[in-house]
Design a protein. Sequence first.
Length: 406
Amino acid sequence: MYRQILWLFLFSTSALAQIPIEQKKSSDYTYYFQMGEKLFEERNFNEALIHYNESLILNPLFAEAYHSRAITREKLEDKEGALRDYTIYLELNPDQFDALFSKALINFEMGKWLFANQDFKKLITLPAGETTTIYFGKDRFSDGINQVFTSQGADKSHIYNYLGLTEFELKQFEQAIIYFDSATKYNPHEADYFVNKGKCFEQLNQDEKARLAYQTAVTINPEHSLATHNISVLNRKTGDTVSSELMLDEVISKNPDLHFPYAERAFNSMNAGAYRKALSDYNQAIALAPNEASYWLNRGTVKEKMKDYTGAYNDFSASIKLDEHNEKAWLSRANLLYKQGQYEEAIKDYDIAIIKYEAYETAYHNRALAKYKLGMNAEACEDLKKAQSLGFEIKPVMLNKICGIQ
């Protein structure tokens, strides 16, 4: 164990900020630790960090300094550094609940779902104890703080909830539902747990079970915007666009700073051909959540329908910049370029769409058309046959035109 701790220590001390030699007042590691604690209480986090560094240089196995430095690094938004320090501290104190919970939360916030899942599973097995640390929980599927809790105590519903959320991200939806059920058994009055379970049911195409979960959430909290929003989405999927629109209007009137109801209402309007209304709502959604790639993609589609091709191109490009792995964004921009006669540039985007999704039959088909426009008949025919093999319906007249086949 100590060899592993030493390796972690050496890794974590590279390029550490230290006290200049001429300013050092002691060779006692506890002196620098106590000074670090004092500076932390004064919220002088940068100076506190330097003193914890000095303490650990003098004693690399001083566990409490790692714990304090981890907390300090969290304050300084150095999550990777905090994660390393919590890891070392837990090597020295394996069953320390608060530190493990903090480590689990950092892994969760950084999207390290498997590691977070492993941490939360261990937390379930540890005995409850006393703590003065207060945590502010954020729901995975909405914005803002919606829970305040301590890491320990008899109510472990929040831990089961986090386990469910990590399983959701790992696409283990049935296991996630089991954990959300455990969360609701510990705390049946928390609407978010039912919303999270509903999201799993949607992923499993069990929409009626999802609806029941959302309705339970609304029963617990009639003002729960996300639950109401999700019910409206289910209504739209079943063709009930009128009630869907009314519910979204209600959510927006009560919570005008939430982005997702604007986006859903915009999507409804786009499908109904009400492009100006859709554009207005997507503008608002993007203003509230500028990093949501799907909003830029959909607004680009709306602008293309409105023949604002420059605006559409810019929005598709913004979507790609935010999420370069979404093949639909590459396809949309390629289609726009094709429509404008920019066949070579369109082919480049079709190429990337196919790299992102090798079985993208629409991209093969449309790339075939672009290649045909450039006189690349053999290559176009190859793409057309590939699209057909993937299930894209090719009309005989087109196959004959491009490939010379009856």
